[in-house]
Every structure is written in C-alpha cells, then in structure tokens.
Design a protein around this ligand. Structure first.
Ligand code: NAD
Length: 259
C-alpha cells in the first residue's frame, strides 16, 4: 500500500534516519534524504536507495533555518509529487551540567531537535490534507518520557516533541493523517559508537565495560536497540493497520522507561 508514496526524512545521512529511508524505499516509497556529511558518501547512499527501484533525492537543508526547511518541503513536493510521509529525525546532543551548559548548544539543540519539527509539519500538513492521507513520525527518545542529568537541552527538546506530537495529532485527526513519536533507548549508531573509546579512556574501563555499565546502565535488556528495529516500527505506523494509532509516544527502549 505504500508503493509510490513520497517521504522526507530529516537527518537521514546516517544512523536511524538512513535506516528509515532504506526501510521505506524497500516498501516502494520515493524518498528525500537530508543531513550533513561527505558529499560522495551521501551520493553513494542516495544511489543505493534507488537500487530498490524508487526515486531518491537529497536536500542539504539546514534544520536550524526555517526558510531552508520550507524550501525542502517544497522541493519534496516538486521532485516526488507530494509529501505523504514526514519523519522528523535530525538531532544532536550535548552533555554538561546546567550551570555550565553553553548557550549556543542550548540554542542549536532546541532548533534542530525541536523547532525544525514545527517548521516541517507546518509546511507538510497542507500537502497531506490535499492528498487526503499522511503520516508524521518523530524520532523522540526515551528522553521524551524520562530525564537524565546533564542533558537539559536534549531532554527539554524531546519532551517538547511530545507536545508537538499530541497537539498536531488532535488538529489533523479527521484528515486521515496520524502523528506519532518513536522513543528509542540507546541505539547503536555512529553517534553512540564514537563516544565509547573516549569514555573508556576517561573512566579507565574497557570498551565492553563502558557499553554495559555506563551506556546500557538504564536499559534492562543490556542490548542496544538496532536501527532496523526502529525503522520497522516506522514502516508499521505508515500502514493502514496503524490508522488508529495517533498522538502516541511509542518506546523502543529495551524496558528502560518501564522502570
Ligand atoms: P546520527 O548522528 O547518526 O544522525 C543525525 C542526523 O542528523 C545526521 O544525518 C546529521 O547529518 C543530521 N543533522 C545534524 N544536524 C543537522 C542540521 N542542522 N540540519 C540537518 N541535518 C542535521 O544520530 P542518530 O543516533 O541516528 O540520531 C537520529 C535521531 O535519533 C536524533 O533525533 C536522536 O536524538 C534520536 N535518538 C537517538 C538515539 C541513539 O541512541 N542513537 C536514541 C534516542 C533517540
């Protein structure tokens, strides 16, 4: 049922976003990827997506810039014939106690992790209403449901995503458009992987100890969530079977928020 639909996925040049793009392309969805990175590597990923027999395009829109976000949604409509599926996924992190938290990091995290979703949704909803169908999925986090110390901007932004999810779900409920958030626990992505050697050195631990005792301390399964598991839920949310799921914050966190 998803064949021929169009999707834009913010922050999809790596990690969870790229997994969404791959999973949707495998269902026959034409995809627009977005994010930063090495030009040749992005082009390789774009071509790889097209190998699934779909159209794949790239937007370099910066999620801190409202005008570039508007342009990205416009480009999606022009290149892919609409914007049926919107996945707000771009995100960054900074870890510091509140009294030392840099203002510029606060502003960047609120812009990328929270405000960008307002801007994409604002421009995508009219296209979805016109098409008579739509799916909005936000990558929130376990940190949309619970807090951890030293992550004030990230936790505030992700809790804000919960507010966006519920509000917009109510506004579009009669329009055949659903709005949900996926709330992953720790997912094995380049973002997490890069922190491990540094943390191991800083704490005098082995990398295995860091994974289990530091990173996965909050995750009862003691297993990382995989990008494929997160993407599979997004594909399900796009299907007719999920038409009554809206305004929901759905954990994929190995039991973290059950504690
Ligand atoms: P990642 O670093 O692999 O991906 C982040 C993506 O966002 C990249 O494509 C990057 O280029 C893009 N990006 C960053 N700044 C941008 C900007 N200004 N404009 C456009 N794109 C920008 O990280 P990831 O782990 O795949 O994270 C993806 C999402 O999942 C984020 O919202 C993150 O908060 C969330 N998340 C991650 C985890 C985890 O454990 N990895 C857990 C819960 C939630």
């Amino acid at each position: 049922m998803l064949k021929g639909k169009s999707a834009v996925i913010t922050g999809s040049t790596s990690g969870i976003g790229l997994a969404y793009a791959k999973a949707l392309a495998a269902e026959g969805v034409n995809v627009m990827i977005n994010g930063f990175g090495d030009e040749a590597a992005i082009e390789k990923e774009r071509k790889g997506l097209e190998a699934a027999g779909v159209k794949a395009v790239y937007s370099n829109a910066d999620m801190t810039k409202a005008d570039e976000i508007a342009g990205m949604i416009e480009q999606c409509a022009a290149d892919l014939g609409g914007c049926d599926i919107l996945i707000n996924n771009a995100g960054i992190q900074h870890v510091a106690p509140v009294e030392e938290f840099p203002d510029d990091k606060w502003n960047a995290i609120i812009a990328i992790n929270l405000s960008s979703a307002f801007h994409t949704i604002k421009h995508a909803v009219p296209l979805m209403r016109k098409a008579g169908w739509g799916r909005i999925i936000n990558t929130a986090s376990a940190h949309a449901l619970v807090a951890s110390p030293d992550k004030i901007a990230y936790v505030a932004a992700k809790h804000g995503i919960a507010g966006i999810t519920k509000t917009v779900a109510l506004e579009v409920a009669k329009d055949n458009i659903t709005v949900n958030s996926i709330c992953p626990g720790y997912v094995w992505t380049p973002l997490v992987e890069k922190q491990i050697p540094d943390t191991a050195r800083a704490r005098g631990m082995s990398e295995e100890e860091v994974k289990e005792k530091v990173i996965l301390a909050a995750q009862p399964t003691k297993q990382f969530v995989t990008v494929e598991q997160v993407a599979a839920l997004a594909v399900f949310l796009c299907q007719d079977a999920a038409a009554s799921i809206t305004g929901a914050m759905l954990p994929v966190d190995g039991g973290w928020t059950a504690e």
